[in-house]
Structures are given as C-alpha cells and as structure tokens.
Design a protein around this ligand. Structure first.
Ligand code: SF4
Length: 240
C-alpha cells in the first residue's frame, strides 16, 4: 500500500472549517493508497468549484479544466492512454448544471472513467447560488423567494443514460466513501460516485433567517430525511 503522505503535495487545503471536502480528500487518498496505485498512473481532472481546489492537495497527475468540462477532458486522457486510472471531479454545479450533457454521454458510452460528484446543493464557490440540484423551495442568493424547480438527480440521469456503476455516499462517512471509491475505480467502465456534502456556509444562513417560513424548512427536512434513509446510500447499481 502507498503511504498516504506520498499522496499529499504538502499544500494545506483552504476550505472552510467543517467543509466535507476535507474528508473527501482523505477518502480519495485512502482509496488510491489501498488500491496500491502509483500517483504517476492516476490522472484526476478537476472542474471549477471549492472541491476542485483539491488539484493543489492531491499528489497525482492533476488537470484543472473549465466549468463543467472535467468529464470530457478525462475521457480524452483515457483515450490517449487506456492504462491510466482516470478520475473526473466536479460539484453538482459543474457535473449536473453546466456540464450535464457530458455526464449523460459518458454514461451512455460507458467510458472507463470514475466521476466523483461533490454535491453540496449550491454553487458554493460563488457564494451560494441555486444549481440544477438545489432542493425545490430552498432560498438561495439567486432565488430569494425559493428555488421554483425540482432538483435534477445525477444518479437518475446517469442511470437512464445506461451507466454501469452508480453509488452514493456522504462525506461524513470516511470508511464507506473510501470503500465505494475503491469499487468505482476498480470497475471497468463508467462509474459515478455522488458524495453528499451540504455546504456548511451557504446552506447555514438561509434556513435560520427563514425559520418561521414552512416552505423553507421543507427542503432541509428533505435533506435530513435523505441522510436517514440508509437504503439510498451505498452501491446502487453495478453491471458486471
Ligand atoms: S463555501 Fe461551502 S463548499 Fe466551499 S469550502 Fe466553504 S463549506 Fe466547503
């Protein structure tokens, strides 16, 4: 097994205290280490967003791409050198909103890459605007009267497109996230791992200031209920 220190660049992350990205980074390092993959044989392509700052902290071959474009770059890397382990990272702002088309087509083609989707429910880097995955009714900076739309589910989209591996975990569960990432990386074909990690900054203020408004409480109850439904977590589908 690789030493975890080998997978660190020595650069300290700058995420907010309590951000789920710290545990996600730890889980990715553990998964790569326990799979005994050499850093030089792993390429990670990153979207734009808070989690994408991992490009500075994870000591593999990193490629910082543009909004919503980590998947097509990852597909290109894999086509150029199929021996590489290729991971595409992105938040729900990039993977589901700006680059949703790339998610659908990579799943349809069963491209042999692993997509790590950091779902914090809002565009966090740009201070908390609604994304396509934001719960209906949630007040955000861009929807002060509440998001009027039902959220898009990356898992549902990828499933309909024909993805061969689908999983969901939560950042607070380091052990489960690590094991799921290992299974996804080992999987031959397209794999999607959605990591639920509500932003502790931009999801914090809005429910508080609207506590008395029932319709604002509901999306947060939905998220809480989601966490309690363990059957929605884990490996949801794998085509052998
Ligand atoms: S704004 Fe939210 S997602 Fe971004 S680093 Fe802070 S807690 Fe994490």
């Amino acid at each position: 097994m690789n030493k975890l220190s080998d997978l660190s660049t020595g650069v300290q992350p700058t995420w907010c205290p309590g951000c789920g990205n710290y545990l996600v980074l730890a889980a990715i390092k553990k998964a790569i280490g326990e799979l005994n993959l050499e850093p030089k044989d792993v390429v990670a392509t990153y979207d734009i967003g808070c989690a994408a700052n991992m490009v500075n902290n994870l000591n593999v071959c990193g490629f910082a791409t543009l909004h919503g474009r980590s998947i097509p770059v990852a597909v290109g890397v894999k086509m150029a050198n199929p021996k590489l382990t290729v991971i595409a990272q992105g938040g729900e702002g990039g993977i589901v909103t700006e680059g949703g088309n790339h998610l659908i087509h990579a799943a349809q083609r069963n491209d042999d890459i692993t997509v790590i989707l950091n779902n914090n429910y809002v565009f966090a880097l740009t201070t908390g605007q609604t994304s396509a995955a934001t719960p209906k009714g949630l007040k955000t900076r861009s929807t002060p009267e509440g998001n009027p739309f039902e959220p898009l589910s990356a898992i549902d989209l990828a499933a309909v497109a024909g993805a061969s591996f689908l999983a969901r975990t939560q950042s607070s569960d380091l052990a489960q996230t690590t094991e799921i990432l290992k299974s996804a990386i080992r999987h031959k074909g397209f794999s999607l791992v959605e990591i639920i990690q509500p932003c502790v900054i931009w999801l914090k203020d809005y429910p508080e200031e609207n506590k008395s408004e029932k319709y604002q409480e509901k999306p947060f109850k939905d998220i809480k209920d989601f966490f309690n439904k363990k059957n929605y977590l884990g490996i949801l589908y794998e085509k052998i």
